[in-house]
Design a protein around this ligand. Structure first.
Ligand code: ZN
Length: 296
Protein backbone atom coordinates (compact mmCIF):
# COMPACT_ATOMS: atom_id res chain seq x y z
CA UNK A 1 0.00 0.00 0.00
CA UNK A 2 2.90 2.26 0.79
CA UNK A 3 4.20 1.82 -2.79
CA UNK A 4 0.76 2.38 -4.25
CA UNK A 5 0.56 5.79 -2.46
CA UNK A 6 3.97 6.82 -3.70
CA UNK A 7 3.12 5.89 -7.28
CA UNK A 8 -0.11 7.86 -7.00
CA UNK A 9 1.78 10.99 -5.71
CA UNK A 10 4.32 10.73 -8.51
CA UNK A 11 1.51 10.34 -11.05
CA UNK A 12 -0.29 13.40 -9.62
CA UNK A 13 2.96 15.39 -9.65
CA UNK A 14 3.49 14.83 -13.37
CA UNK A 15 -0.20 15.41 -14.04
CA UNK A 16 -0.08 18.85 -12.39
CA UNK A 17 3.37 19.85 -13.65
CA UNK A 18 2.06 21.78 -16.70
CA UNK A 19 -0.19 23.80 -14.36
CA UNK A 20 2.80 24.88 -12.23
CA UNK A 21 4.94 25.82 -15.15
CA UNK A 22 2.25 27.52 -17.32
CA UNK A 23 3.27 31.09 -18.19
CA UNK A 24 6.92 30.54 -17.31
CA UNK A 25 8.09 30.52 -20.90
CA UNK A 26 6.87 31.33 -24.36
CA UNK A 27 6.25 28.50 -26.72
CA UNK A 28 7.70 30.51 -29.67
CA UNK A 29 10.82 32.59 -29.46
CA UNK A 30 10.20 36.36 -29.66
CA UNK A 31 10.44 37.90 -33.08
CA UNK A 32 13.41 40.18 -33.55
CA UNK A 33 12.51 43.85 -33.36
CA UNK A 34 12.90 45.28 -36.83
CA UNK A 35 15.53 47.99 -37.05
CA UNK A 36 14.55 50.71 -39.48
CA UNK A 37 16.99 50.83 -42.34
CA UNK A 38 17.10 53.73 -44.74
CA UNK A 39 17.02 52.17 -48.16
CA UNK A 40 18.52 54.14 -50.99
CA UNK A 41 15.54 55.88 -52.57
CA UNK A 42 15.04 55.63 -56.29
CA UNK A 43 15.77 59.05 -57.74
CA UNK A 44 12.72 60.53 -59.34
CA UNK A 45 13.47 63.31 -61.76
CA UNK A 46 10.54 65.68 -61.88
CA UNK A 47 9.18 65.91 -65.37
CA UNK A 48 8.73 69.44 -66.66
CA UNK A 49 5.14 70.46 -67.01
CA UNK A 50 4.63 71.71 -70.53
CA UNK A 51 3.25 75.19 -70.86
CA UNK A 52 1.01 74.99 -73.87
CA UNK A 53 -1.53 77.52 -75.04
CA UNK A 54 -3.75 77.20 -78.06
CA UNK A 55 -5.87 80.23 -78.79
CA UNK A 56 -7.28 82.46 -81.47
CA UNK A 57 -5.11 85.55 -81.62
CA UNK A 58 -7.33 87.48 -84.02
CA UNK A 59 -9.53 87.27 -87.09
CA UNK A 60 -9.06 87.76 -90.81
CA UNK A 61 -10.84 90.15 -93.18
CA UNK A 62 -13.60 87.56 -93.64
CA UNK A 63 -13.71 86.85 -89.91
CA UNK A 64 -11.87 83.55 -90.00
CA UNK A 65 -9.88 82.75 -86.84
CA UNK A 66 -6.12 83.09 -86.83
CA UNK A 67 -4.91 80.45 -84.41
CA UNK A 68 -1.77 80.68 -82.37
CA UNK A 69 0.07 78.00 -80.40
CA UNK A 70 2.54 78.83 -77.65
CA UNK A 71 4.68 76.01 -76.32
CA UNK A 72 7.14 76.38 -73.48
CA UNK A 73 8.22 79.37 -71.51
CA UNK A 74 11.56 81.07 -71.34
CA UNK A 75 13.52 84.03 -72.53
CA UNK A 76 14.56 82.47 -75.81
CA UNK A 77 11.70 82.89 -78.27
CA UNK A 78 11.21 81.50 -81.77
CA UNK A 79 8.28 82.70 -83.88
CA UNK A 80 7.23 80.43 -86.73
CA UNK A 81 4.44 81.14 -89.15
CA UNK A 82 3.20 79.58 -92.36
CA UNK A 83 0.79 80.32 -95.18
CA UNK A 84 1.03 84.10 -95.24
CA UNK A 85 0.39 83.21 -98.87
CA UNK A 86 -2.85 81.24 -98.85
CA UNK A 87 -2.00 78.87 -101.68
CA UNK A 88 1.16 77.48 -100.04
CA UNK A 89 -0.13 74.35 -98.36
CA UNK A 90 2.89 72.35 -97.25
CA UNK A 91 4.03 74.88 -94.66
CA UNK A 92 0.74 74.62 -92.80
CA UNK A 93 1.11 70.89 -92.30
CA UNK A 94 4.70 71.36 -91.26
CA UNK A 95 3.79 73.97 -88.65
CA UNK A 96 0.94 71.86 -87.25
CA UNK A 97 3.23 68.85 -87.09
CA UNK A 98 5.84 70.95 -85.27
CA UNK A 99 3.29 71.91 -82.62
CA UNK A 100 2.53 68.22 -82.02
CA UNK A 101 6.21 67.32 -81.93
CA UNK A 102 7.14 69.99 -79.41
CA UNK A 103 4.25 69.05 -77.15
CA UNK A 104 5.55 65.49 -77.11
CA UNK A 105 9.25 66.36 -76.86
CA UNK A 106 8.97 69.15 -74.39
CA UNK A 107 12.52 68.63 -73.14
CA UNK A 108 13.72 70.45 -76.26
CA UNK A 109 12.29 73.66 -74.87
CA UNK A 110 14.20 74.20 -71.65
CA UNK A 111 14.31 77.95 -71.24
CA UNK A 112 12.63 78.40 -74.60
CA UNK A 113 9.28 79.48 -75.93
CA UNK A 114 7.97 78.79 -79.42
CA UNK A 115 5.10 80.77 -80.91
CA UNK A 116 3.52 79.16 -83.97
CA UNK A 117 0.84 80.46 -86.35
CA UNK A 118 0.20 77.68 -88.89
CA UNK A 119 -2.16 79.74 -91.07
CA UNK A 120 -1.38 83.45 -91.17
CA UNK A 121 -3.74 84.04 -94.10
CA UNK A 122 -6.84 81.89 -93.49
CA UNK A 123 -8.96 83.68 -96.13
CA UNK A 124 -6.36 83.08 -98.82
CA UNK A 125 -6.11 79.47 -97.73
CA UNK A 126 -9.89 79.02 -97.89
CA UNK A 127 -10.00 80.64 -101.33
CA UNK A 128 -6.77 78.92 -102.44
CA UNK A 129 -5.18 82.21 -103.48
CA UNK A 130 -1.91 83.92 -102.64
CA UNK A 131 -3.56 87.11 -101.38
CA UNK A 132 -5.98 87.87 -98.58
CA UNK A 133 -9.70 88.41 -99.13
CA UNK A 134 -9.09 92.04 -100.19
CA UNK A 135 -6.53 90.98 -102.79
CA UNK A 136 -3.56 92.28 -100.79
CA UNK A 137 -0.26 90.39 -100.79
CA UNK A 138 0.25 90.21 -97.03
CA UNK A 139 3.97 89.64 -97.49
CA UNK A 140 4.24 93.18 -98.94
CA UNK A 141 2.12 94.95 -96.33
CA UNK A 142 4.76 95.65 -93.68
CA UNK A 143 6.75 98.72 -92.73
CA UNK A 144 10.13 98.85 -94.45
CA UNK A 145 12.39 101.33 -96.21
CA UNK A 146 11.61 99.60 -99.50
CA UNK A 147 7.85 99.73 -98.98
CA UNK A 148 5.53 100.58 -101.92
CA UNK A 149 1.97 101.72 -101.29
CA UNK A 150 -0.46 100.32 -103.85
CA UNK A 151 -3.65 98.30 -103.93
CA UNK A 152 -1.77 94.99 -104.25
CA UNK A 153 0.57 95.73 -101.33
CA UNK A 154 -1.96 97.79 -99.35
CA UNK A 155 -2.38 101.53 -99.60
CA UNK A 156 -0.64 101.89 -96.28
CA UNK A 157 1.52 99.61 -94.16
CA UNK A 158 -0.35 97.25 -91.88
CA UNK A 159 -3.60 98.01 -93.67
CA UNK A 160 -4.70 94.38 -93.20
CA UNK A 161 -5.82 92.72 -89.97
CA UNK A 162 -3.63 89.70 -90.69
CA UNK A 163 -0.39 91.72 -90.78
CA UNK A 164 -1.40 93.70 -87.70
CA UNK A 165 -1.79 90.41 -85.84
CA UNK A 166 1.68 89.28 -86.93
CA UNK A 167 3.10 92.57 -85.75
CA UNK A 168 1.26 92.26 -82.45
CA UNK A 169 2.82 88.85 -81.90
CA UNK A 170 6.27 90.38 -82.44
CA UNK A 171 5.58 93.22 -80.02
CA UNK A 172 4.10 90.85 -77.46
CA UNK A 173 6.77 88.11 -77.53
CA UNK A 174 9.93 89.86 -78.77
CA UNK A 175 11.17 86.85 -80.77
CA UNK A 176 14.89 86.16 -81.00
CA UNK A 177 14.37 84.73 -84.48
CA UNK A 178 11.57 84.16 -86.94
CA UNK A 179 10.92 81.47 -89.53
CA UNK A 180 8.34 82.21 -92.22
CA UNK A 181 7.50 79.09 -94.22
CA UNK A 182 6.76 79.56 -97.92
CA UNK A 183 7.03 77.71 -101.24
CA UNK A 184 7.91 76.77 -103.94
CA UNK A 185 11.45 78.12 -104.37
CA UNK A 186 13.27 75.30 -102.56
CA UNK A 187 15.84 77.30 -100.61
CA UNK A 188 16.65 78.91 -97.29
CA UNK A 189 16.60 82.70 -97.57
CA UNK A 190 17.29 85.15 -94.79
CA UNK A 191 17.02 88.82 -93.98
CA UNK A 192 18.75 90.88 -91.35
CA UNK A 193 21.18 89.00 -89.11
CA UNK A 194 19.82 85.57 -90.03
CA UNK A 195 22.75 84.27 -92.03
CA UNK A 196 24.20 81.83 -89.55
CA UNK A 197 20.81 80.35 -88.77
CA UNK A 198 20.09 80.02 -92.49
CA UNK A 199 23.20 77.88 -92.96
CA UNK A 200 22.43 75.77 -89.94
CA UNK A 201 18.91 75.08 -91.20
CA UNK A 202 20.21 74.39 -94.71
CA UNK A 203 22.62 71.83 -93.27
CA UNK A 204 19.69 70.02 -91.71
CA UNK A 205 17.51 69.73 -94.78
CA UNK A 206 19.75 69.90 -97.83
CA UNK A 207 18.14 72.98 -99.35
CA UNK A 208 20.60 75.65 -100.51
CA UNK A 209 20.95 79.05 -98.89
CA UNK A 210 19.90 81.64 -101.46
CA UNK A 211 19.53 85.39 -101.12
CA UNK A 212 16.35 86.07 -103.02
CA UNK A 213 16.65 89.81 -102.59
CA UNK A 214 14.57 92.08 -100.41
CA UNK A 215 10.99 92.47 -101.56
CA UNK A 216 9.18 95.78 -100.96
CA UNK A 217 7.39 95.86 -97.64
CA UNK A 218 7.95 92.15 -97.07
CA UNK A 219 7.87 90.48 -93.70
CA UNK A 220 11.56 89.68 -94.17
CA UNK A 221 12.41 93.33 -94.81
CA UNK A 222 10.38 94.45 -91.82
CA UNK A 223 11.61 91.91 -89.28
CA UNK A 224 15.16 91.58 -90.58
CA UNK A 225 16.04 95.09 -91.67
CA UNK A 226 13.66 97.38 -89.79
CA UNK A 227 13.61 95.49 -86.50
CA UNK A 228 16.98 93.69 -86.73
CA UNK A 229 15.55 90.25 -85.90
CA UNK A 230 17.10 87.23 -87.69
CA UNK A 231 14.40 85.99 -90.05
CA UNK A 232 14.43 82.96 -92.30
CA UNK A 233 12.22 82.63 -95.34
CA UNK A 234 12.03 78.86 -95.51
CA UNK A 235 11.06 78.10 -99.10
CA UNK A 236 9.83 74.54 -99.52
CA UNK A 237 9.95 72.95 -102.97
CA UNK A 238 6.71 73.02 -104.97
CA UNK A 239 6.23 69.26 -104.86
CA UNK A 240 5.97 69.41 -101.06
CA UNK A 241 2.38 70.62 -101.47
CA UNK A 242 1.41 67.27 -102.98
CA UNK A 243 3.59 64.93 -100.94
CA UNK A 244 2.31 63.04 -97.88
CA UNK A 245 2.39 65.12 -94.75
CA UNK A 246 4.61 62.73 -92.80
CA UNK A 247 7.07 62.49 -95.65
CA UNK A 248 7.42 66.28 -95.79
CA UNK A 249 7.74 66.38 -92.01
CA UNK A 250 10.59 63.86 -92.10
CA UNK A 251 12.40 65.93 -94.72
CA UNK A 252 12.19 69.30 -92.95
CA UNK A 253 11.70 68.45 -89.28
CA UNK A 254 15.35 68.75 -88.35
CA UNK A 255 15.68 72.18 -89.95
CA UNK A 256 12.76 73.47 -87.88
CA UNK A 257 14.08 71.88 -84.70
CA UNK A 258 17.42 73.54 -85.45
CA UNK A 259 15.65 76.90 -85.59
CA UNK A 260 13.84 76.26 -82.33
CA UNK A 261 16.92 75.09 -80.42
CA UNK A 262 19.35 77.47 -82.10
CA UNK A 263 21.98 79.17 -79.97
CA UNK A 264 24.14 81.71 -81.80
CA UNK A 265 27.86 81.10 -81.66
CA UNK A 266 29.42 83.54 -79.28
CA UNK A 267 32.80 84.65 -80.47
CA UNK A 268 35.03 87.51 -79.49
CA UNK A 269 34.57 89.68 -82.52
CA UNK A 270 30.93 90.42 -82.77
CA UNK A 271 28.85 93.52 -82.71
CA UNK A 272 25.62 93.55 -80.79
CA UNK A 273 22.59 95.00 -82.44
CA UNK A 274 19.59 94.84 -80.17
CA UNK A 275 19.15 91.23 -79.06
CA UNK A 276 21.05 89.86 -82.00
CA UNK A 277 24.65 88.99 -82.62
CA UNK A 278 26.15 90.06 -85.90
CA UNK A 279 29.19 88.15 -87.06
CA UNK A 280 32.14 89.25 -89.09
CA UNK A 281 32.22 88.13 -92.67
CA UNK A 282 35.22 85.93 -91.90
CA UNK A 283 33.20 83.96 -89.39
CA UNK A 284 30.79 82.72 -92.01
CA UNK A 285 32.02 79.55 -93.57
CA UNK A 286 30.76 80.07 -97.10
CA UNK A 287 29.18 82.96 -98.95
CA UNK A 288 25.56 82.78 -100.00
CA UNK A 289 24.70 82.53 -103.63
CA UNK A 290 23.10 85.75 -104.65
CA UNK A 291 20.52 84.74 -107.01
CA UNK A 292 17.13 84.38 -108.37
CA UNK A 293 14.60 87.13 -108.18
CA UNK A 294 11.39 85.48 -107.30
CA UNK A 295 8.37 86.31 -105.24
CA UNK A 296 8.60 84.72 -101.83
ZN1 ZN B 1 5.04 82.64 -100.17
Amino acid sequence: MKHTGQILRIFLFFLCLPLFTAGCYSRTPPLPVPIPVELPSKKITPQPVPVIKHYTVGRSVEDRPIDCHIIGEGEDVTFILASIHGDEKAGVNLAVRLVQHLEKHYYLLKGRKVVIIPVANPDGRALQIRYNARGVDLNRNFTALNRINCSRFGMVEFSEPETRIIDWIIQEHSPDRIVSIHGPLACVDYDGPGRELAYRMADRCGLPVLKLGAKPGSFGSYAGETLGIPIITFELPGEADDQPREYVWELYRDALIEAVTYTPLRRKNYVRSGKDVLFRQADIRSPPVDGIQAGE
